[in-house]
Design a protein around this ligand. Structure first.
Ligand code: DOR
Ligand code: ZN
Length: 425
């Protein structure tokens, strides 16, 4: 199949390219990027006024398979991802069972082979059952296809286990993704500590529980020479600590999620569990620090932390509800609305944070429109406003913090493996 995308604004940070041009796709690969391409095509897409950019790479996604297929599956989650313009995801290992052995990894791999609609990469657990005690066989997990390690949902509490984990990961040259939470400090908290927790009468989660753990992990990474990536950064101090570490030359990268730059902790004052996540929404000052960290480059990536949960687990009393929100289908539009609108980022920077940087951090050959690359491409209408509707989600779960919001920027087409998907709002 030969496809010609005509006259779009092609945004490709890998090649420092941002110009109106055509893209010619042949056999699911990018064949040519130039102005006025004359070629015989089976399909022509007019993209005047549209942004043509690499398919997004979301490095923090909970697909829930195996074990919690009532929340999400590889099939439903990867299809939801495509609708959000995401052509590659990294699947997190806090499944049931956890991806902590070659045998469990094989179950996931089979599900991916059978039903994935986009590229699903695998993050394996660091410790047995994600209990933070016994290290998994990292060499075999890598050999079987894991491209990163994380106990996401939990941090490794023991300093010595984390040290051993980082040593082993360095030896195997595999990235460690850190969920940064000192459980002794977060202590069963439900929302950000301060005014919100006092007002709601709920136990608070301090910023300290996050940034103290980041400090420890950066310190251990510095000692071992490991590469670490800090997941879902939510507060000001974390941004400052990571910025300083980067300046010292520590191999550390980080991500935040759209909810942390869109809402502050006042959003939970109505006890709406669609604003309950871990880490929690933070103060106005933290939100500003996250935005600044994205603008100045301290925060490398935007990832959804797509965390689907069923209605039975969310539509209940606040303290009993699960932590987490879905995000695959809204993350590009939310990021465009929040960050372009405030002139913090431009489309090139957005493509960096949502496609190129995550690819580089994960060491995968994605996030670029280079000639010869897989034609993972999206076409975005930057001017289109749309309202997020619960019933429109392709995800199996509906626990979004953005339902009812008007967003500006809509993914109209996703190209993946030679197929072209057209989306309607
Ligand atoms: O809110 C969250 N939900 N934070 C996590 O770290 C895990 C995630 C989940 O798996 O539901
Ligand atoms: Zn996490």
């Amino acid at each position: 199949m030969k496809i010609l995308i005509k006259d779009g604004r092609v945004v490709d940070p890998a090649n420092k390219f941002d110009e109106v041009a055509d893209i010619f796709v042949e056999d699911a690969r990018i064949f040519k990027v130039a102005k006025n391409i004359k070629a015989d095509a089976d399909k022509i897409i007019e993209a005047q006024g549209k942004i043509v950019m690499p398919g997004l790479v979301d490095m923090h996604v909970h697909l829930r398979e195996p074990g919690r297929e009532d929340k999400e599956t590889v099939c439903s989650g990867s299809r939801a991802a495509l609708a959000g313009g995401i052509t590659s995801v990294l699947a997190m290992p806090n499944t049931e069972p956890a991806i902590d052995s070659v045998e469990h990894l094989k179950i996931l791999k089979e599900a991916i082979q059978k039903s994935a609609k986009n590229n699903v990469f695998i993050c394996a657990a660091i410790t047995k059952g994600r209990q933070g005690e016994a290290l998994n066989d990292i060499a075999s997990l890598k050999k079987s296809g894991a491209i990163a390690l994380s106990d996401d949902g939990a941090s490794i509490e023991s300093d010595s286990v984390m040290l051993e984990a980082l040593k082993a990961a360095t030896k195997e040259e595999i990235l460690v993704i850190c969920h940064s939470e000192d459980k002794k400090l977060s202590n069963g908290g439900q929302v950000n500590s301060g005014f919100t927790s006092t007002r709601l009468g709920l136990r608070g989660v301090s910023s300290e529980s996050e940034y103290k753990r980041i400090e420890r992990d950066i310190d251990l990474a510095e000692k071992t020479g490991a590469s670490i990536h800090i997941a879902h950064v939510s507060c000001k101090e974390s941004v400052e600590i990571i910025s300083k570490a980067k300046k010292r030359g520590v191999e550390v990268t980080c991500e935040t999620a759209p909810h942390y730059f869109s809402f502050n902790d006042e959003a939970v004052l109505g006890y709406d569990t669609n604003f309950k996540m871990n880490p929690p929404l933070r103060s106005k000052e933290d939100v500003l620090a996250i935005r600044k960290g994205l603008a100045d480059g301290t925060i490398d990536a935007i990832a959804s932390d797509h965390a689907p949960h069923t209605e039975n687990e969310k539509d209940i009393e606040f303290e009993r509800a699960e932590f987490g929100v879905i995000g695959l289908e809204t993350e590009l539009a939310v990021s465009a609305t929040e960050l372009l609108g405030d002139c913090l980022l431009n489309w090139t920077k957005l493509a960096e944070k949502m496609a190129l940087n995550p690819s580089r951090i994960l060491g995968i050959n994605k996030g670029t429109l280079s000639v010869g690359a897989d034609a993972d491409i999206i076409i975005v209408n930057p001017a289109k406003e749309w309202i997020v509707k619960k019933e429109k989600f392709l995800s199996k779960s509906r626990n979004s913090a953005f339902v009812g919001r008007t967003l500006k920027g809509f993914v109209e087409y996703t190209f993946y493996k030679g197929k072209v998907y057209k989306w309607n709002s």
